[in-house]
Write a protein that binds this ligand. Structure first.
Ligand code: AMP
Length: 459
């Protein structure tokens, strides 16, 4: 399929062409015509599927077609969970609307409120905002929301994970009743369902069967290791495989700092992002990482949720996330836009139960590799090694076409909305607790211990 069949204006088509987008992703080919026709959308999709363009392009098209942009109050509102996503989504929207009279602003906490208020006064068309800052600015009279025609909730599950339930309700109450709504979420939690029932008008459900867990040019491996030796193994894997770019996930802010200190002590330069870091520091860290000045980024789940980092080769789960579906969010940072990726999980014996829940959620086993010299004691090991290494043939097995037209590994059976979890109301990412309720499953296949192998595609 080509973008030209979707009904977008010639100017937008030129922009996409210049960006090198040769064809729409599945979510784009489904969502764009529906939004152009005025329908409400419930989208089951993560970032990495091209969903920002899926909602941004038709909204820009409609704003331009209706004329009179840069009004005193905005006509499109995109609600996102984190500062980083606000910047990223606003930046993407600006790039899709390049050369058009469309103004987009990102509003998020930690940034100068007076400056944001001044920019709002100058007139904007599209607001991308985190819920808290939007409400603050609204209370001060800087963000009239009475003219909003298009409302998007992006990463709705994360918005609720971060505890923004009250703010979401307040925002909806401020909006005009007549509007077009789009809600995107990787997982359909109870809170997301309630929100969709409340705000969406006869929505069309768009499910992308290439959710990150299922469809990937992504290789997943797990290394069983004693908890006390994780930091050592982490440095060893990064150092010995010389990965160009690695994103390391930890559950807690304290752990992120510890891991970072340890990597630095091992001579591995890195940057950290988590909720306790000031906005400027988070921004600088991300820029350094994105521009390739630092090859290791250590991050907590929420700080890194939804980030689009071009060409990211490797994600390492230093530990198992609190909530099973966060595993999908983590590994979804790599293997994006059809590129290859490697997701490595360091697994201690205390994490077996959480890991088995993830395996159940994935609907397939993850390749288990004992790294020579780091094997846990026999009774803690998750697998018996059989001395058989992963062959290239085995790796090639089951390839199929992926979302971006590239060859991808065959998707396993995947729940429509992968996994369920209860609402996680802590805004403090360290105290966030999940309550996944999936059953346990047996552990995975046996592979030969080999540190080189464990590095996978050591690019
Ligand atoms: P998103 O899911 O919106 O975060 O997009 C993930 C990445 O895919 C971003 O880097 C986009 O620039 C890129 N992208 C979006 N749509 C396309 C497309 N049709 N072709 C190629 N890349 C795309």
């Amino acid at each position: 399929m080509s973008f030209t069949t979707l009904g977008l204006s010639p100017h937008l088509l030129d922009t996409l062409n210049e960006k090198g987008y040769s064809e729409p992703t599945p979510i784009q080919s489904q969502v764009i015509p529906l939004v152009l026709r005025g329908r409400d959308i419930l989208g089951a999709a993560q970032t990495g599927t091209g969903k920002t363009a899926a909602f941004a392009l038709p909204i820009i098209h409609k704003l331009i077609s209706a004329g009179g942009t840069k009004q005193s109050s905005a006509r499109a509102l995109v609600i996102v969970p984190t500062r980083e996503l606000a910047s990223q989504v606003a930046e993407a929207i600006r790039s899709y609307g390049a050369g058009l009279e469309i103004t987009t602003i990102a509003l998020y906490g930690g940034a100068n409120m007076a400056r944001q208020a001044k920019e709002l006064e100058e007139g904007v068309d599209i607001i991308v905002a985190t819920p808290g800052r939007l409400i603050e600015l609204n209370k001060q009279g800087h963000v009239p929301l009475s003219r909003i025609e298009y409302l998007v909730f992006d990463e709705a599950d994360t918005i609720f994970d971060m505890g923004f339930i009250r703010e979401v309700g307040q925002i909806i109450d401020l909006l005009p009743l007549k509007r077009q709504n789009m809600l995107f979420s990787a997982t359909m939690t109870g809170a997301v369902k309630q929100l969709s029932e409340k705000i969406l008008n006869k929505p069309l459900l768009v499910e992308i069967d290439n959710l990150k867990a299922a469809d990937m040019t992504l290789r997943q491996v797990v290394h069983p290791v004693e908890k006390e030796r994780k930091k050592e193994l982490l440095s060893y894997l990064i150092g010995s495989n010389n990965y160009p770019q690695v994103l390391v996930f930890t559950r807690t802010k304290a752990e992120a700092d510890e891991v970072s200190t340890d990597l630095t002590a091992s001579g591995l330069k890195n940057v950290v992002i988590h909720g306790d870091k000031k906005h400027g520091a988070r921004d600088r860290a991300l820029t350094e990482f994105r521009e390739g000045n630092t090859r290791i980024l250590v991050a907590t789940d929420i700080a890194a949720r939804g980030l689009d980092i071009e060409g990211l080769d490797v994600v390492i789960n230093y530990d198992i996330p609190h909530v099973s579906t966060d595993y999908l969010h983590r590994i979804g940072r790599t293997g994006r836009a059809g590129n290859d990726g490697l997701a490595i999980t360091l697994l201690s014996s205390a994490e077996h139960i959480s890991w088995s829940k993830i395996i159940t959620m994935l609907g397939k086993n993850v390749e288990t590799i004992l790294v020579a010299g780091f094997e846990p004691p026999a009774d803690n090991a998750l697998v018996k090694t059989r001395g058989k290494s992963l062959s290239k043939e085995a790796e090639k097995k089951g390839k199929t076409a992926g979302a971006f037209g590239n060859k991808r590994k065959k998707a396993p059976v995947q729940p429509k909305f992968a996994g369920k979890r209860g609402p996680r109301l802590a805004r403090d990412e360290d105290s966030a607790q999940g309550n996944s309720s999936t059953r346990n499953s047996a552990f995975g296949n046996s592979k030969k211990p080999s540190p080189k192998k464990s590095g996978g595609r050591g690019r």
